[in-house]
Design a protein around this ligand. Structure first.
Ligand code: F6P
Length: 531
């Protein structure tokens, strides 16, 4: 099917997206409305025929069966022989989910209840620090043990009514130093978040925070909680089992915000709002499992991605939330998408036949407009843009800001599609009184080629429920893209080599081992940095 798709794209390369709107109901036919969301992909070059071909990819690759296998607990993470069951964490109906003939739901619900009880105790002051009621929570984690709660805590800022959340992730001492500055160790709760509890950044930071606390608190371990799948290692660190919230290896790090890794978020927004977050994701799970393929949001979002990257050959995609509180969403999606689908071999170990995941990047609008949009509009490459925007903001008294935000968001996708012709640019310059060569020269700088694809995901308001929907939508998009590409979206071997080499380099940096075996560049840099 790839060949048919590429041939079709080639044959219609010159056609403009704006011309596709000659079909009067295009905006309706190439959009999906579901549960308060509107996903518009009519401003892409996908037409009826290419959509049909793309849907064939879904059929040919057995996506419905693969999806059902994931939800049912099959070990689809074949390189680690693991099930992939982050969906179980938001399976609030408690439909049984079997792993090795055992229903995991009682464990999931028991952990959720323990988290809720602990969060309630922290929020109402039943759980106290040495200096009294907890005022601040510091989550120490990295990657999937950081990005989800960081992103969601910012996204849901209007719902915060608990202690303030802080996050330390980087091994750079600046992160711990700057985060702890101004915090009172006697009223701070530290959550050490690490699935494996072996990650060097997290363990180093956790020890540093413990030392910081030790100066003022006699028993710092009593103000520590842990989120991990290794109860042995958390015990070795000295954290009491009553404050350890576990999850199994069938929850991947970048898919883990729904369970214990979301504890800091739950403490900030409260257990009820956290349940709403889970409910939004659960609604998306249900939609993904039941909606017809061509009306299925994750499937269509995945197909748009495959069309733009694998078929049209655009190397990256930009995530552009017109929602300041989604400022960390691009970073979250970078891990979700690039750690999942940045692979070079198929499930069976043979080289892939298609390029795999694209580069994902982005920033919120309107800030991005005053930074990199120049390249998006007039650069030589095409960057498919994924806009996001809420119908309503949390600040009704500042509605005029939101009106401008909406106008800007819609203006960008319109400009990307329509562009500005040389004829129009010439007219503009003539109106300015230019003529001859100077008119021509100036006009050419003001041409926008247009015909650049974008999608827009519009939602009612950024509530916990909606955030849950959006994140689950993107998770399933990653799954569909990965399954169609035949790769394993749930391992991350590509991060291992760097970790191994860092461990080997440490004694060389400390000066206890010679670097003579290293390449010339590494030796010279080591000399400069440590000499
Ligand atoms: O939660 P852990 O085990 O500390 O791992 C943190 C992160 O490290 C990785 O394993 C690799 O960067 C991610 O997949 C994971 O989210």
């Amino acid at each position: 099917m790839w060949k048919e798709l590429k041939d079709y794209h080639k044959a219609h390369k010159k056609r403009r997206i704006s011309d596709l709107f000659e079909t009067p109901d295009r905006a309706k036919r190439f959009s999906i409305e579901f549960d308060g969301l509107l996903f518009d992909y009519s401003k892409t070059s996908i037409d009826t025929q290419s959509l049909w071909l793309l849907l064939k990819l879904v059929e040919e690759n057995g996506i419905p069966a693969k999806r059902d296998a994931m939800f049912a607990g099959a070990a689809i993470n074949e390189t680690e022989n693991r099930s992939v069951l982050h969906t179980a964490l938001r399976n609030l109906d408690q439909r049984p989910v079997m792993v090795d003939d055992e229903d995991v739901m009682p464990y999931v619900m028991d952990t959720l209840q323990r988290m809720e009880e602990f969060a309630a105790d922290v929020r109402d002051g039943s759980f106290q620090g040495a200096g009294g009621r907890i005022t601040d929570v510091v989550n120490v984690g990295i990657g999937g043990s950081d990005l989800g709660p960081v992103m969601a805590a910012l996204a849901l800022a209007p719902y915060h009514d608990g202690p303030k959340c802080h996050f330390i992730s980087n091994i750079d001492a600046a992160d711990a130093t700057d985060t702890l500055k101004g915090l009172d160790p006697t009223t701070t709760l530290v959550i050490v978040a690490s699935k494996t509890f072996t990650t060097i950044e997290t363990l180093t930071n956790a020890k540093t925070v413990r030392d910081w606390m030790q100066a003022k608190v006699a028993q710092p371990a009593e103000q520590f909680a842990a989120l991990s799948s290794s109860i042995t290692k958390t015990a070795e660190f000295g954290i009491d089992a009553s404050r350890v919230f576990g999850f199994e290896d069938w929850v991947g790090g970048r898919y883990s915000v729904w369970g214990p890794i979301g504890l800091s978020l739950m403490i900030a927004i409260g257990p009820d709002a956290f349940r709403q977050f889970l409910k939004g994701a659960q609604a998306m799970d249900h939609h993904f499992q039941t909606a017809q393929e061509k009306r299925n949001l994750p499937i269509i979002l995945a197909l748009v991605g495959l069309w733009n990257h694998q078929v049209c050959g655009y190397p990256s995609r930009a995530v552009l939330p017109y929602d300041q509180r989604l400022a960390r969403l691009p970073a979250y999606l970078q891990q979700l998408e690039m750690e999942s689908n940045g692979k070079s071999v198929a499930m069976d170990g043979t080289p892939v036949s298609q390029p795999t995941g694209p580069i994902v990047w982005g920033e919120p609008g309107t800030n991005g407009q005053h930074a990199f949009y120049q390249l998006i509009h007039q650069g030589t490459g095409v960057v498919p843009c994924e806009f996001m925007i809420a119908a309503r903001c949390h600040e009704p008294e500042l509605q005029h800001h939101h009106d401008l935000l909406i106008a800007n968001c819609l203006a960008q996708s319109e400009a990307l599609m329509q562009g500005r012709s040389l004829a129009t640019a010439r007219k503009m310059m003539a109106q300015k009184g230019l003529d001859g060569d100077e008119l021509e020269r100036q006009a050419r700088h003001r041409v926008f080629s247009g015909n650049r694809p974008s999608t827009t995901l519009a939602y009612e308001k950024l509530t916990p429920y909606v955030l849950g929907q959006i994140l689950a939508l993107y998770e399933h998009r990653v799954f569909v893209e990965g399954a169609i590409l035949g790769i394993n979206s749930f391992d991350q071997w590509g991060v291992e080599l760097g970790k191994e080499l860092a461990t080997a380099l440490q004694p060389m940096v400390e000066g206890t081992q010679s670097a003579a075996q290293k390449d010339g560049s590494t030796q010279r840099l080591l000399g400069f940095l440590t000499g």
